[in-house]
Design a protein around this ligand. Structure first.
Ligand SMILES: [Zn+2]
Length: 200
């Protein structure tokens, strides 16, 4: 069993994956980024092993998250920068709740804006709206997106007449809190809740 005792000096600074056995609990207290199970301390995250010999503590420091490469099924958050008859263009600032810089451009074809028939794209989205969309094709630049689904759509929209906040008054129906102008958008189920992120 002595072979299983962790060699602390050798592995300090080593990059480990979640689930990597780090130490025996007799010798070390598990710090941040770890968990203990049956006499052993394991890594809970991907990161660098940090050993504090004075405190007999072993932790794992998460490495900084690298910029994510967009892929099919990812959820993005972005602002609408252009609306034409058939197409909406979105500047993507978050992918799976993580900021992306520089931003990606996404286009959403009218057929992907809503399940319902739309005359033009601006029946579903307008300039300066904030949308939550799903990536349906990431092979091309711009990315291809969709707003179909109850969690997807406009999460926040300014009144196109006066710029004030629009309040949801019915399914896909919004009313300006200031000038009372009523407009249509393909909204998310949580429109206006202030919840911009997406719970995966
Ligand atoms: Zn208004």
């Amino acid at each position: 069993m002595t072979l299983e005792i962790y060699d602390r000096t050798k592995d300090s600074g080593k990059l480990v994956l979640p689930g990597t056995r780090l130490a025996v609990t007799e010798e070390f207290i598990g710090g941040s980024g770890t968990y203990s199970e049956k006499n052993y301390v394991y890594s809970a995250v991907t990161g660098k092993v940090i050993i504090d010999l004075g405190r007999h503590e072993i932790s794992v420091l998460s490495k900084p998250q690298s910029a994510s490469v967009p892929k099919i099924g990812d959820i993005i958050l972005g602002g609408v920068v252009n609306v034409s008859r058939q197409m909406t263009t979105v500047s993507v600032s978050y992918i799976n709740n993580r900021p992306v810089r520089p931003s990606y451009t996404m286009v959403i074809h009218i057929s992907q804006l809503s399940k319902e028939y739309l005359e033009t794209a601006d029946d579903a989205v307008c300039l300066a709206d904030i949308v939550r969309a799903k990536i349906i094709d990431a092979k091309t630049i711009p990315l291809q997106g969709s707003l179909i689904g109850s969690q997807l759509g406009v999460v926040l929209a300014p009144c196109s007449q006066c710029g004030s906040k629009l309040e949801k008054i019915g399914r896909d129906k919004l009313k300006c809190t200031d000038c009372s102008y009523i407009q249509r958008r393909k909204t998310t189920i949580d429109y206006g809740s202030g919840e911009l992120g997406f719970k995966l």
